[in-house]
Design a protein around this ligand. Sequence first.
Ligand code: NAD
Length: 490
Amino acid sequence: MAIGRMYIDGQWVESHTGKMREIINPFNQEVIATVTEGDEKDSKLAIQAARTAFDKGDWATTPASERGKIVQAIANLIRRDKEELAKLESLDTGKTIIESYADMDDIANVFQYFAGLADKNGGEVIQSPIPDSESRVVREPVGVCGQISPWNYPLLQASWKLAPALVAGNTLIAKPSEITPLTTIKVFELMEEAGVPKGVVNLVLGPGHTVGAELSNSLDVDLISFTGGIETGKKIMQAASSNVKKIALELGGKNPNIIFADADFDTAVDQALNAVFFHAGQVCSAGSRLLVEESIHDRFVDAVVKQAKKIKLGNGFDEDTQSGPLISAEHREKIEGYVEIAKQEGAKLVLGGKRPEAPELQDGFFYEPTIFTDCTSDMRIVQEEVFGPILTIEKFSTTEEVITKANDTIYGLAGAVWSKDIEKAEMVASRLRMGTVWINDFHPYFAQAPWGGFKQSGFGRELGHIGLEEYTEVKHIFRNKKPQPVGWFV
Ligand code: NAD
C-alpha cells in the first residue's frame, strides 16, 4: 500500500517524526491507507515554502488569465480521474458512491467556475474629486493562505478554498481533516500535473491541535479559512489575532425546515427526509429541525416516519444503499449521547434511537434514522448541532411564531420554507437570519452562488464572485498627474 505524503515546496515528503496514521473505512473498519502524520515543524516548513513562493516567486504577478488556464486544467484532470476520486471519497467517508460521483462533478465545476472568473476580477476607476489626478481601485492577492477543512465533504470543502485562492494569485497550505485526507492528497498530485509552480500549493497532514494550530498561530500566514465545528472555529479566531490575519469561518448549523399547511404535501415529505438523512445527517446545512404547521402536523409526521423506516443503510458501494455509516466510533457515541439527552428533556422518540441490528452492519459505525416529536425550542436537541441522522419535529400555528422559532438558535447557516403562497414564503425567507434560504426546495448549492453563515455559523463567504473576493486585498492607487508644492509649511 502506498504511503500518503505531504506536499511541501514541490516535493512529496514524510513527516520529520516518522509517525504514520492508518486511514479507516467507516463501513467495516478496514485500513484503506497509511499516511504520514505531521506536526508543528512540518507546518512551519510548508508555511515557509508558501511564504517564499509568494514573496519571491511570480505566481502573484502571473497574468490572471494564465492562472485561470492552470485552474481549468485542474478541473479537467478531476473530470479525467473522477472515478478514482469518487471511490477514494466513499472508502474514506462511507458515503454512497453515487453521492461521491456527484461531489466530484461539483468539485470540477468549482475549479471551472473560478478559472472562468480569473481574468474578470479587474478593479475600477474612481471619478476623483481632485483635478489632474487618477484614482484606481485594484485587487491584489492576500498572500499566504492557511486552509483547514473537515471530514464530511473532504474534497468539496477543500475545493471551495483551493480554487479561488489560486486564481487570485495567493500561495497556500491546505490541511484536510486527519481522518479523511485521501482525495485531497490525490488532488495535490493533479495540481502538480496541471503545472502549479513549486511552493504555491502545499499540503500538510496531521491533527488540528498541532498542524492546524500552527497555521492559525503563524505570523507568516496572512489569511486563514476554516470549515469545521464552532469550538474549533473559536480557537482559530483567537489564534488568528496573533498577526491580525484575515479570517473566514464556515461553522455549524441547526437548520430549520418550515412546512406550511398549504405546501405540496408529498414533495415536502420527500424533501424533509432528504434534508436531514442525506449522508447520515453529517451535513452542515442538514434540515435537522422540522417545523410543521399544526393543522397538518400529525399527518405529516406519520408520512415522514413511514418513509424514514424504509431508508436502506449499507455499504456505500452497493447500488441499493441510501445511506452509509457515520464517520467514526467517537462521532456515533456523541450522537448516542444526544439521543439520551433528548429523551431526558421530554422529546418523544418515534423512530430509531439505536444502532441497527442487521449482522452485515455490525462492523460499521451505523445509527438508525431517528425522529423525535413534541420538541420545543428550549431543548438541547433542538439547539445544538448533532451532525447525525436525528430529526426533531416542532409544531407551530402562526407565521410569526414559526419565524421566531426558526431564528431561535445561535446558528444561521441555512433554512427552508415550504408553501404554495409565494408571497408568504418570500416574506418568511426575508425574515430568516440565515446565509442561505431555500423556497420549496432543500439543499441546492452551486459554484455561482455564495455560501456562508449568519450569527455563530461564521462569517466570510465561499463560492460565487464574493468567494473570490475573500482571497483579495483592495488597494486604492491615487496618482497626481501634475504634482506641485502644497505650500502649507512655507
Ligand atoms: P472540526 O472542527 O473538529 O475539525 C475541522 C478541521 O479543523 C480538521 O481539519 C481538524 O483537524 C482541524 N482542527 C481541529 N482543531 C484545530 C485547532 N485547534 N486549530 C486548527 N485546526 C484545528 O470539525 P469536523 O468534525 O471535522 O467537521 C464537522 C463540522 O464542520 C460540523 O460542525 C459542520 O457543521 C462543520 N461544517 C461546516 C460547513 C459550512 O459550510 N459551514 C461545511 C462542512 C462542515
